[in-house]
Design a protein around this ligand. Sequence first.
Ligand SMILES: NC(=O)c1ccc[n+]([C@@H]2O[C@H](COP(=O)([O-])OP(=O)(O)OC[C@H]3O[C@@H](n4cnc5c(N)ncnc54)[C@H](OP(=O)(O)O)[C@@H]3O)[C@@H](O)[C@H]2O)c1
Length: 296
Amino acid sequence: MLVAGAGGMLGQDLVAASARRGHEVLGLARAELDITDARAVEDLITDARPDAIVNCAAWTDVDGAEANEREAMRVNDTAAALLATAAAAHDASVLFVSSDYVFDGEKGAPYVESDLTGAISAYGRTKQAGETSVAIANPRHFIVRSSWLFGVGGGNFVETMLRVGGEQSEVIVVSDQVGTPTYTPHLAAGLAELIEGEDYGIHHMPASGSCSWFEYAQEIFDQEALECRVMAGTTEMLARPAPRPRYSVLGSERPDRIELPHWRRGLAEYLGERAGVGRGTADRGTPGRGAEEVPR
Ligand SMILES: NC(=O)c1ccc[n+]([C@@H]2O[C@H](COP(=O)([O-])OP(=O)(O)OC[C@H]3O[C@@H](n4cnc5c(N)ncnc54)[C@H](OP(=O)(O)O)[C@@H]3O)[C@@H](O)[C@H]2O)c1
């Protein structure tokens, strides 16, 4: 199996999870395989002959995509289609990792796989386009939507909160966006299992449970025993370039769904893992991407 985008937060954990399940894995970071390079993709697949290709490579800068939608589309749609087409030509399945941001957030109940998409941001539109292109290009496709990822291989909201909590006595965090934080090793284990079967199509694979960013921040400080008061803010106060869905909890209507552990357990495991890899209390980590903290 080939993992594109193996240098990213999810990609790193997927390579490890797949190897643990006994897959022969070829993980390629961007420097080893740029998925927008058609010739490189074709040469690599011809050479490696994987039975499955997992695409963890993506433009993931949600705010940056607003001003660079064409560039984001090139990676999240055009290149995703290229990989899926090459996989089909070599009789391999393809797994495309997608996002809760393909939904508009107005349903008010968990979204299931058959719900209509309606992205409200440029990033969401690129992921939505990628889903369609991948499905058309390769009948043996898995489209897996997950949400609010955090893992030790990348900047994330937990790191931002730990840094802020170490520096400030209070922080304002948005309380009007609800979703599900998902620990990347949990998602990676689910993906590694899914790819072994033939349950093609769309799959929702978030952690269990849901919360607002505000509740998430409170839980981070509680679990890490940090004294930082969390105050509720609004999306309007945050004034980020990209609109976010207000409620993007993912449910599943699939009888064969793979359920992941609760996000609180993921957080506990993450805090243990980061301590183990040297991101302890002395080093409050790197600034996170997509932090929903209100600047003060
Ligand atoms: N993060 C979230 O909250 C979230 C939520 C739902 C779904 N997802 C999806 O989950 C997947 C994994 O995301 P992640 O959080 O692991 O993001 P990430 O850490 O940003 O990883 C994405 C990786 O893709 C690489 N990449 C970008 N353009 C590439 C190209 N042209 N060719 C090859 N590699 C390229 C990046 O390399 P560089 O760093 O060198 O640019 C990076 O290593 C993505 O499909 C994302 O859309 C993420």
